[in-house]
Design a protein around this ligand. Structure first.
Ligand SMILES: [Fe+2]
Ligand SMILES: [Fe+2]
Length: 159
């Protein structure tokens, strides 16, 4: 899978989880928390690996330097909002309001990547390189996700 399709796969997954979170009621505290934790971890890793595998290359060149900087900047903003939201009680109206603002930012960012950045990058990055980037994105993301999974102490001591 090339880098564009692989990134799009993550985006579609994030869109689905965002929708699920918006559908939860303020009383569905546990579900909302679990979905949010999943989205936060996945997006954080997505942003970091996307920067390392995709944007670092574009940032180094001159044709898409500006776009790459803009993307990295938006990642920082989104990651910061995820952290901030993590300190609010999930069962409040305020949380949902803040989540909606965050999801708008994230959705806008993903759309911009898919509609504006990818078509431009496709003209710069050779097809075979885009394919290899997709493989690296996938393998690196797996490693980082596994490393950041919360440690299950019960499972650890049951052996
Ligand atoms: Fe991004
Ligand atoms: Fe992305």
């Amino acid at each position: 899978m090339n880098i564009y399709d692989r990134i799009k796969e993550d985006h579609d997954n994030a869109r689905e989880v965002i929708k699920q979170i918006k559908d939860t009621s303020n009383r569905a505290e546990k579900t909302r928390h679990e979905l949010f934790d999943r989205l936060k971890l996945d997006m954080w890793v997505h942003h970091k690996v996307e920067e390392a595998v995709f944007y670092s290359h574009l940032r180094a060149g001159k044709d898409m330097h500006g776009e790459a900087m803009e993307a990295v900047n938006e990642h920082h903003t989104a990651n910061g909002l995820f952290e901030e939201l993590d300190t609010f009680p999930v069962n409040s109206e305020e949380w949902l309001m803040k989540f909606k603002a965050l999801s708008e930012l994230v959705e806008h960012h993903m759309e911009e990547e898919e509609e504006k950045f990818f078509p431009k990058a496709k003209k710069i990055i050779p097809k075979e390189v885009a394919e290899l980037m997709g493989q690296r994105f996938d393998s690196r993301k797996r490693v980082v996700m596994a490393a950041l999974e919360p440690l299950d102490v019960e499972e650890l001591t049951s052996v």
